[in-house]
Design a protein around this ligand. Structure first.
Ligand code: CA
Length: 225
């Protein structure tokens, strides 16, 4: 399980890194929001622990930012802010659980396990999507084509997942904006085109049958046969 720990207090950071590694997590550490965002863009995490008082950005703003760039993994907020207002605010803005400092390690570990359990699809729900030779592992957030791993950003993965779930059907730019970026109106932006372009460069590499089709002026369709 890959875990991103966003914490600027050195002692807590060291303690948690060691304890979580011992508990079997593969831990990456960020001391500020900028580093956290860069790491999250590089590779998908299964779960995140986020402190609220960070040197460069408030933890809540960071979580919102991470959600915007496609991070869907559960977030445990770990903060010295104890008021009901703070906790409600954290939970309403993308946090999945909230633990106040000082904390007991056993409780932190139990909460992480709960979040991971809650987040993993129930037994009968698909954890993999297949479209022709494309395969998406929804738990590991990993995509492969003909067995080759595609190096996708978290947002590209979300976009590809949406195309796969609608394989064979046309999806319009505004549908993609709505589902992937959470924007209801269609702003004057080429964000969808840019991301499709990059995604196509990875999915439809040279020499492979192109799967992502553009229907000019309409949208896109992922071929399923
Ligand atoms: Ca702090």
């Amino acid at each position: 399980m890959r875990l991103l720990l966003v914490e600027d207090e050195h002692d807590i950071q060291t303690f948690l890194r060691n304890s979580l590694t011992e508990a079997g997590y593969q831990v990456d550490v960020a001391s500020d929001g900028k580093k956290a965002e860069a790491l999250a863009l590089e590779a998908p995490y299964d779960i995140l622990i986020v402190d609220l008082g960070l040197p460069d950005i408030d933890g809540i703003s960071l979580i919102l930012r991470l959600r915007q760039i496609g991070v869907t993994a559960p977030v445990l907020i770990l903060s010295a802010r104890r008021s009901v207002d703070d906790r409600v605010r954290g939970l309403e803005h993308g946090g999945d659980d909230y633990l106040t400092k000082p904390f007991a390690l056993a409780e932190l570990l139990a909460r992480l396990r709960n979040l991971l359990k809650r987040n993993s699809p129930a037994g009968n729900e698909a954890t993999r999507l297949h479209v022709l030779d494309l395969e998406l592992d929804l738990l590991r957030r990993e995509a492969t084509r003909s067995g080759q791993i595609l190096q996708l950003t978290p947002q590209e993965f979300v976009l590809l997942e949406y195309l796969c779930r609608n394989a064979g059907r046309v999806v319009t730019r505004s549908m993609i904006l709505d589902k992937v970026w959470g924007m209801r109106i269609q702003p004057d932006t080429n964000v969808v085109d840019v991301h499709i372009y990059r995604l196509r460069g990875k999915v439809d590499a040279r020499g492979q049958q192109p799967l992502i089709r553009t229907l000019r002026g309409v949208g896109y369709v992922l071929k399923d046969r």
